[in-house]
Design a protein around this ligand. Structure first.
Ligand SMILES: Nc1nc2c(c(=O)[nH]1)N[C@H]1C(S)=C(S)[C@@H](COP(=O)(O)O)O[C@H]1N2
Ligand SMILES: [Mo]
Length: 318
């Protein structure tokens, strides 16, 4: 039994400025109208055996990726999550356990030589897994630093063999309101989708994540496979992906569909560009009383700034 007390680093409710704030108001209105669904869902427990890829962990760490701060404690990162499919609180561990992550089929389609489906374990075994220490910055102005295990998204792009007309990669989360109560809340544009340009997806930093802290990634962090793009705000790093589509037009993302004025397509981290409702100049480091200055591109400018040359007219920051 976890006793809930507020840790020193937790942001008091009065100061919290989460992505959900404006939605809470809408939900309140909907609740009043009796529209809330999903509250009476049967508890569905999925008996899951050992992860079929367990033997691949821990993967060898790639020492090229260094941190400027301590690694966040595993317990903290694992219990402070955003996964709206399972509710808007940070406490989704129990709820996310309902998601069955095996068997898990990933569909690769759109403008590719030949669309295909592949089981996630077969895909993971085809790919070169490595561990990387990355900083992570949520648009809500908290941050962490964790060891992810995964493979460069670039390798998956190569496997998919996109046609020349493909300009963007769209990644989509599973859709199953029976296990994910949040998906019964119809004012959200489910399923959760995110997108990158092919150039961004082919950047060395874009990591398809299958593990964290030297183990397969647990459900609340986006099992069995999620994206991590550490130079962008956290909402770009879509969880529990089951479909990857190569497309010609810029895909509309979940957060754009919800509130385009606050959450755009590019969403690169920039301390000088405030969110409409709060400053992005500094961040609350999980597990510490410290606020740190936020870095341009979350400190990854050297690797990614070139991607945005010639795009200065775009709204590159969230
Ligand atoms: N499918 C899905 N992916 C998601 C989210 C979500 O609600 N659903 N939240 C995003 C946000 S806002 C953040 S900050 C990160 C949080 O990742 P973590 O819980 O593993 O730290 O996941 C991102 N990916
Ligand atoms: Mo976030």
């Amino acid at each position: 039994m976890l006793i809930k007390t507020r840790a020193g680093w937790e942001i008091p409710e009065s100061q919290a400025t989460p992505e959900a704030t404006f939605m809470d108001r809408r939900r309140f209105i909907a609740a009043g109208a009796g529209l809330i669904a999903g509250a009476a869902l049967p508890e569905m427990a999925f008996a899951q055996g050992a992860d079929p890829t367990l033997d691949l962990y821990p993967a060898k760490r790639n020492e090229a990726y260094k941190l400027d701060r301590p690694v966040t404690e595993e317990e903290l990162a694992a219990n402070y999550n955003n996964f709206y499919e399972f509710g808007t609180s940070k406490d989704v561990v129990a709820s996310a356990k309902r998601l069955g992550t095996r068997p898990w089929t990933v569909t690769i389609d759109g403008l590719v030589e030949k669309p295909f489906e592949i089981g996630v374990d077969e895909l993971i075994r085809k790919m070169p897994l490595e561990e990387r220490l990355y900083r992570f910055r949520c648009v809500e102005a908290w941050s962490m630093a964790v060891p992810w295990t995964g493979f460069p998204l670039k390798k998956l792009v190569e496997l998919a063999k996109p046609l020349s007309g493909a300009k963007y990669v769209q990644m989509q989360t599973f859709m199953n309101p029976r296990v994910a109560p949040g998906q019964s809340q119809r004012w959200y544009p489910w399923p959760y989708t995110e997108g990158l340009t092919i150039a961004e997806a082919s950047n060395e930093l874009a990591l398809m994540v299958t593990g964290i802290y030297g183990k397969p990634v647990p459900n609340q962090h986006g099992a069995p496979m999620r994206l991590i793009v550490p130079w962008k705000y956290g909402f770009k790093s879509v969880k529990s992906i089951n479909k990857i589509s190569f497309v010609a037009e810029r895909p509309k993302t979940f957060w754009e569909g919800l509130q385009a004025s606050e959450y755009g397509f590019w969403a690169n981290v920039n301390p000088e560009v405030s969110h409409p409702r709060w400053s992005q100049a500094s961040e609350q480091v999980l597990g510490s009383r410290e606020r740190r200055p936020t870095l341009l591109f979350n400190g990854y400018g050297e690797q990614v700034a070139d991607l945005y040359k010639g795009l200065e007219k775009e709204r590159l920051w969230a």
